[in-house]
Design a protein around this ligand. Structure first.
Ligand code: GLU
Length: 319
């Protein structure tokens, strides 16, 4: 049964394993620091510690957006405009968010559209974008060192990462779940103690598996496409990651099911270098406009409409 399902994903897995083919550029690996929200000690000891930062709070937009093609001189947006393309870092094997379309060869999905909408705002043309395929463990480093202008890659905004990059306001609220074989009797990740559960190296979910009370065994693979292949070869008992990513896997494997409730909060935001805060404000202005004018909802319906009805877009929070 699993073999047939494996055939369904052969093309996708092949591109995942090919890693840096096509329009990708290999990057040095700098592992993310990815602890969840940092806390400070509570005064007096008995109150719960407040969060040290609000990972969802980004930089407030600075007024109206400039007209496309007319970026303010000296701004980072002007640098991108002069270059003639926005460089977006993302995955190529996250179906629905950023995966290679086997017919067109283009990388597409909800995350890619987030980047294309920023390109549209800078150039008046969403196609003025270059996609660099990066590993999950390269998302922070490639945004921080300017290898890419922007990372949109099912990336959770958390306080640890905020020390190295700026995040946009949140564009999607995800949460971690687990995928198992349809024949499994498990109802949630708690029922998978001692079982091998796969996740991508450098992802927040890998760390979260290790925190589950019943102690599933966390198994790392370079990318989630590799986890799906491992699952279909019976090398692991399940896969745990954001419900968004699991939805893309379940769509490819008729013998898999997603179980349980979300057991984490994963607010997705785009990451950028810290040295150009005007770019973060600009991206947030684009997101504000797209939430208000229905673009966000259309993008949701295009990529995630089969998963369920569009929720209200996440409300922006600013620091
Ligand atoms: N949202 C996660 C992160 O930013 C990626 C998916 C996962 O952790 O499984 O690391």
């Amino acid at each position: 049964m699993r073999i047939r399902a494996a055939l369904v994903v052969t093309a996708l897995a092949a591109t995942a394993l090919a890693g840096c083919s096509g329009d990708s550029t290999p990057l040095p690996v700098t592992p993310d620091r990815r602890d969840a929200v940092a806390t400070v000690p509570a005064p007096g000891g008995s109150q719960p510690a407040p969060p040290a930062c609000d990972p969802r709070a980004s930089l407030r937009p600075a007024g109206a957006l400039p007209a496309p093609g007319d970026m303010p001189p000296g701004s980072y947006m002007a640098t991108i405009q002069e270059r003639g393309r926005l460089i977006l870092g993302t995955s190529q094997d996250t179906l629905l968010f950023s995966s290679r379309n086997p017919f067109s060869g283009r990388i597409e999905g909800f995350d890619v559209d987030m980047g294309r909408q920023v390109a549209q705002a800078i150039f008046g043309d969403p196609d003025k974008i270059q996609i660099k395929v990066i590993g999950y463990d390269q998302r922070v480093s490639s945004a921080a060192d300017g290898t890419v202008d922007l990372v949109a890659d099912t990336m959770t905004a958390n306080c640890e990462r905020w020390t190295d990059v700026n995040f946009s306001s949140v564009y999607y609220e995800a949460g971690q779940k687990v995928l198992v074989s349809k024949s499994s009797t498990a109802k949630s990740i708690d029922d998978l103690g001692g079982k091998k559960i796969c996740s991508a190296a450098g992802s927040t979910s890998f760390d979260n598996i290790g925190k589950v009370r019943t102690r599933p065994v966390a198994v790392a693979r370079p990318a989630f496409g590799d986890c799906l292949v491992a699952f279909q070869r019976n090398e692991v008992d399940g896969i745990s990651t954001d419900d968004t990513i699991l939805a893309g896997m379940a769509a490819q494997d008729p013998y898999a099911k997603v179980i349980g409730r979300r057991f984490t909060e994963e607010p997705y935001a785009m990451a950028m270098g810290k040295s150009n805060p005007e770019f973060t404000r600009f991206v947030n202005a684009v997101l504000e406009r797209n939430r208000a004018d229905g673009t966000w909802r259309k993008t949701y319906d295009k990529w995630l409409g089969d998963v369920g009805p569009a929720p209200t877009p996440p409300k922006a929070r600013y620091r």
